[in-house]
Design a protein around this ligand. Structure first.
Ligand code: AMP
Length: 184
């Protein structure tokens, strides 16, 4: 049973690696960013609310993502494990998740911190060309990461749930390191 939370700055390769590892382990890859982008594409009420924040590189409200994660983790395919990618992004969300996992009997989660230096993530993000990837928005997303999300590293460290992986190496090397870590 593997329950993993992927943490790391935008551009560290979190999404790619989380997806790969989830396929390898045959468990769902749950990316709040992907779910929100799909909702925007489909112009659902959730998408319309989220778009204003996402276009600016801001975090959407806790309520939006918390409702979404609660609904997703209650679906049947999460029984054998999951990888959460992009949630939690704030200490408030982490506290919410802890309570949710206790309530639905899905504890024992570990947190993978995929670390990479600023120069690496900025150049990767600029090369990616996603709609919310203009240079200003990228800088803002990194600021938001530092202020809101980076404190989760200490939070999960204090809870003895933290595993760290070096994201500043080739994607293949990261994949191998992750698979070894999970097998250990
Ligand atoms: P990502 O694909 O994980 O980089 O997320 C893209 C965008 O979706 C972020 O910049 C936020 O605007 C929004 N988002 C995704 N996950 C969360 C979250 N847990 N809390 C708040 N906003 C989020």
């Amino acid at each position: 049973m593997t329950r993993l939370i992927f943490l790391g700055p935008p551009g560290a390769g979190k999404g790619t690696q989380a997806k790969k590892l989830a396929e390898f382990l045959h468990i769902p890859h749950i990316s709040t960013g992907d779910i929100l982008r799909q909702a925007i594409k489909d112009q659902t009420p959730l998408g319309l609310k989220a778009q204003v924040y996402m276009d600016k590189g801001e975090l959407v409200t806790d309520q939006l993502v918390e409702d979404l994660v609660k609904e997703r983790l209650n679906q049947a395919d999460t029984q054998n494990g999951w990888i959460l990618d992009g949630f939690p992004r704030k200490v408030t969300q982490a506290a919410f998740l802890e309570e949710l996992l206790t309530t639905i009997g899905q504890g024992g989660e570990k947190v993978v911190n995929l670390d990479a230096p600023d120069e690496t993530v900025i150049s990767r993000l600029l090369g990616r060309g996603r709609k919310d990837d203009s240079e200003d928005v990228i800088r803002h997303r990194l600021e938001v990461y530092r202020e809101e999300t980076a404190p989760l590293i200490d939070y999960y460290g204090d809870h003895h749930k933290l595993l760290t992986v070096n994201g500043n190496q080739s994607p293949e090397e990261v994949t191998t390191e992750l698979q070894n870590l999970i097998a250990a």
